[in-house]
Design a protein. Structure first.
Length: 278
């Protein structure tokens, strides 16, 4: 682990100045921490805000940036204005990351940062992540992936650096809660966000509320499903979710699994490089 940490530090030392695409997740926060340690005030973290980001996630990003001592800027992105994105095709993330980096690139130039870096790790390269292609096309660097740092190693390094959120659950954007092909709207994003916040306030973590039409499908870690059924007032939960706009509320008996919606994709599609629609 020490060797990889030193390699990451050396990579940032070579950059001299860097802007970090910073979501507040464990990956980009580790990148921001190392950049801040090496570059000091020559590093800046930038978080993009849009309807697909939970307000709680933005708050976490702000708190974490302050704790690691990196300058932090918040910008607005407008992927919801792009019908290629809201149509929710299988390469939706391509259009999201295109919007992000088309916004960050002129900002970096204006502020004098020659490098934009993100928190993509080595494991991300093995999943279907069309957003990675959009970043590559725009010259974004991915230090963790470049040095072969896996998700488990990100957590190990974060723990070694005494970052209290080293075990923070992954929290991809809310648009990932919808099956491909179902249109994404601001009201649907808000509905899902409110449902997940409600469950977290009840004490449940590592969860997703998938949305398909009028149906909410709750996903929890498999070993927590029995406890959830036994401990939760299901009638009240149903009433609350229906007040958010859902009609049917269900529980996924398989449980939470990252990337579950990608299982419907044929292998060749997962491996294909995502390109924008013409």
């Amino acid at each position: 682990m020490l060797e990889k940490l030193e390699q990451l530090q050396a990579l940032f030392a070579e950059m001299e100045r860097a802007l970090i695409a910073y979501s507040g997740g464990v990956d980009s926060t580790l990148v921001a921490k190392i950049a801040a340690d090496v570059l000091g005030d020559r590093a800046i973290a930038v978080t993009a805000v849009s309807p697909s980001l939970l307000p709680e996630e933005l708050e976490d990003a702000q708190i974490q940036a302050a704790q690691i001592g990196i300058a932090h800027k918040i910008i607005q992105t407008h992927e919801m204005d792009n019908p290629n994105y809201t149509a929710n095709p299988v390469n939706r993330c391509y259009f999201c990351k295109s919007e992000l980096h088309d916004t960050l690139k002129p900002l970096a130039k204006q502020l004098g940062y020659p490098y934009i870096v993100d928190g993509v790790n080595a494991d991300d390269l093995r999943d279907y992540r069309p957003g990675i292609q959009a970043a590559k096309e725009r010259g974004v660097r991915s230090p963790l992936a470049e040095l072969g740092v896996t998700k488990a190693e990100v957590r190990q390094l974060s723990q070694q650096l005494s970052l209290p959120w080293w075990d923070k659950p992954a929290q991809p954007c809310l648009s990932s809660r919808f099956p491909y092909g179902e249109e994404i709207t601001v009201s649907k994003l808000q509905r899902v966000g409110r449902a997940e916040i409600y469950l977290r306030k009840l004490g449940w973590q590592n969860l997703r509320v998938r949305s398909e039409g009028d149906t909410a499908r709750i996903e929890l870690m498999p070993d927590r499903i029995k406890d959830f059924v036994a401990q939760t007032d299901l009638a009240t939960l149903t009433e609350v979710f229906q007040s958010y706009g859902f009609v049917y509320i269900t529980l996924d008996l398989e449980g939470y699994r990252s990337g579950k919606l990608n299982q419907v994709l044929p292998l060749e599609q997962k491996q294909a490089i995502a390109k924008p629609a013409r």
